[in-house]
Design a protein around this ligand. Structure first.
Ligand code: G6P
Ligand code: ZN
Length: 542
């Protein structure tokens, strides 16, 4: 039943920040998905007879690729696949399944927060046996295989019924269709004080969770409404749709503006949250206050001991370089390690595996801990709910008290999307070329203390990752960071991260863009953003 099918390499299958992401029509080219899946298997060793987890965020083309992956896993010698019912597994749930059942690894089909549909995005990524995204060593090996692939193996097993929970034999392999929610919900119950959260809901605490028609709908319904007793209707847009209802399943202030508006309005519930396409990102908005992801990781770390799963305290905190330094102040006060990594959750894997960090966070709306090896949207929401229930204070009070204790890191990210790749590269090249000359010079009355291109030296395996973002540090601790996104699918996206630390309590309620205005202007003076991109303002401000 095993067929070897001849194929030709595609030249564009280099995995990015988070796996291979392309438009659906690209994936629909002959053997495009098969080539990549075979290259994953070709780059791995020792999986004969072992188990592979397969699931995705339910976007358009998910079901088709799941069938291919099952048939190819059988042909390549896996002993078993565990597949989320309906092809559904959120990214953190997949990570949990890989770890809990000690499987060899997993294939996750997702393009995260990018839109879905026949002309939108699709993605495939491989997670290793620790449950985390494959490290660069493996993704580089996969890319090498894609360049020389000449055939792939597939078994003719017909369409597997992925909608019925249970176990069948197919092509000499066991196929188990699993409940995508159950194991994950149990994990959350083991970490958080469900009794306290349940009591809070019972006494009238109101929240809104927006699943954005993406994968977290079934998870949020089960955990928030069924297990925690939040009123029916707490979860909105909870039915996963292949095109996410035509929206971007990106929980930010642009794509979840309706939630923001509701939370700022007169009838706002106590707490609002949303998650992205594959369930690993989070948006947190208290009544009358938006919590930036950089602040959120700092506040979660400062209060984590209030949740049973973290009552022993944290071993360390890790954040990506462009994420604000708010978490650093918490780590300092707790007397624990703080680690600064490049953008991309995969860089936290070694620190988590080595027990050096417990909580990790990124400015790109990712927060998580050592409970899995992915960031985890609902985990962040539940930790917030746990903290709110135990402290019995409003989100706004918790945030403002945090700033009073630690100072406030004003922070914003400006994105210039779909810039012509050549123009974006030119901006970065020119900036890089003048880095050496910047220290000591002054821009808009602010003196540049240092300027460099961030390189990460992994303290666990000694590997070095260079060119991870250009940092301009000013005297006094303010900074501007420039980097090109590694997750876009058309053109280049320039990200400019702007941060200023404000210790003075009397100056903690300024408008963020106003508080950062000088730095925003300085960023343009230094990098020539407007002239290089031809844009006079960012496409997205978060
Ligand atoms: C994905 C990764 C994150 C990363 C984010 C931003 O979501 O999982 O770890 O922070 O992409 O990537 P980008 O390269 O677009 O800034
Ligand atoms: Zn995601």
């Amino acid at each position: 039943m095993i067929r070897t099918v001849l194929t030709k390499p595609y030249t564009d299958q280099k995995p990015g920040t988070s796996g291979l992401r392309k438009k659906v029509p690209v994936f629909q080219q002959e053997h495009y998905a098969e080539n990549f899946i075979q290259s994953i298997f070709d780059a791995l060793e020792g999986f004969e007879g072992k188990t592979l987890v397969i699931g995705g965020d339910g976007r358009f083309y998910n079901r088709e690729v799941i069938q291919k992956a099952i048939a190819m896993a059988a042909a390549n010698g896996f002993g078993k696949v565990m597949v989320g019912q309906g092809g559904i597994l959120s990214t953190p749930a997949a990570s949990n399944i890989i770890r809990k059942y000690k499987t060899f690894g997993g294939i996750i089909l997702s393009a995260s927060h990018n839109p879905g549909g026949p002309h939108e995005d699709f993605g495939i990524k491989y997670n290793a046996g620790n449950g985390g995204p494959a490290p660069e060593k493996i993704t580089d090996a996969i890319f090498e295989k894609t360049k020389t692939i000449s055939s792939f193996k597939i078994t003719d097993i017909g369409q597997i019924d992925i909608d019925t929970i249970g176990t069948v034999q197919a092509g000499g392999m066991t196929v188990e269709i699993i409940d995508p929610v159950k194991d994950y919900a149990e994990l959350m119950e083991s970490l958080f004080d469900f009794d306290a959260i349940r009591a809070n809901f019972k006494y009238g605490f109101r929240m809104r969770f927006d699943a954005m028609h993406a994968v977290t709908g079934p998870y949020a319904k089960e955990i928030l409404e069924r297990r925690l007793g939040a009123p029916n209707g707490t979860c909105r847009n909870f039915k996963p749709l292949p095109d996410f209802g035509g929206h971007h399943p990106d929980p930010n202030l642009v794509h979840a503006k309706h939630l923001y508006d509701e939370m700022m309005g007169p009838d706002a519930p106590d707490f609002g949250a949303a998650s992205d396409g594959d369930g690993d990102r989070n948006l947190i908005i208290g009544k009358g206050i938006f919590v930036t992801p950089s602040d959120s990781v700092a506040m979660l770390a400062a209060n984590a001991h209030l949740a049973p799963g973290y009552k022993e305290g944290l071993k360390g905190i890790a954040r990506s370089m462009p994420t604000s330094g708010a978490a650093d102040r918490v780590a300092e006060k707790l007397g624990i390690g703080i680690y600064e990594t490049p953008t991309g959750w995969k860089f936290f894997g070694n620190l988590l595996d080595a027990g050096m960090a417990t909580i990790c966070g990124e400015e790109s709306a990712g927060t998580g801990s050592n409970h899995v090896r992915e960031k985890d949207g609902l985990w962040a929401v539940l930790l917030w709910l746990n903290i709110l229930a135990v402290r019995g204070e409003s989100c706004k009070d918790i945030v403002t008290k945090h700033w009073e204790t630690y100072g406030r890191n004003y922070y914003s990210r400006h994105d210039y999307e779909e810039v012509e790749t050549d123009r974006a590269n030119k901006l970065v090249d020119e900036l890089r070329a003048k880095l050496g000359a910047l220290p000591g010079t002054s821009v808009r009355g602010m003196t540049i203390a240092s300027a460099d291109d961030f390189a990460y030296h992994d303290p666990v395996d000694g590997s070095v990752s260079k060119n991870q973002g250009i940092r301009i540090l000013f005297e006094g601790g303010s900074r501007v960071v420039f980097r090109l996104s590694g997750t876009g699918t058309s053109g280049a996206t320039l990200r400019v991260y702007i941060e200023r630390y404000e210790p003075d309590k009397a100056r903690h309620d300024l408008d963020t863009q106003e508080a950062l205005a000088d730095l925003i202007a300085a960023a343009d003076d230094i990098a020539g953003i407007k002239s290089h991109t031809g844009r006079n303002k960012p496409s997205v401000i978060t």
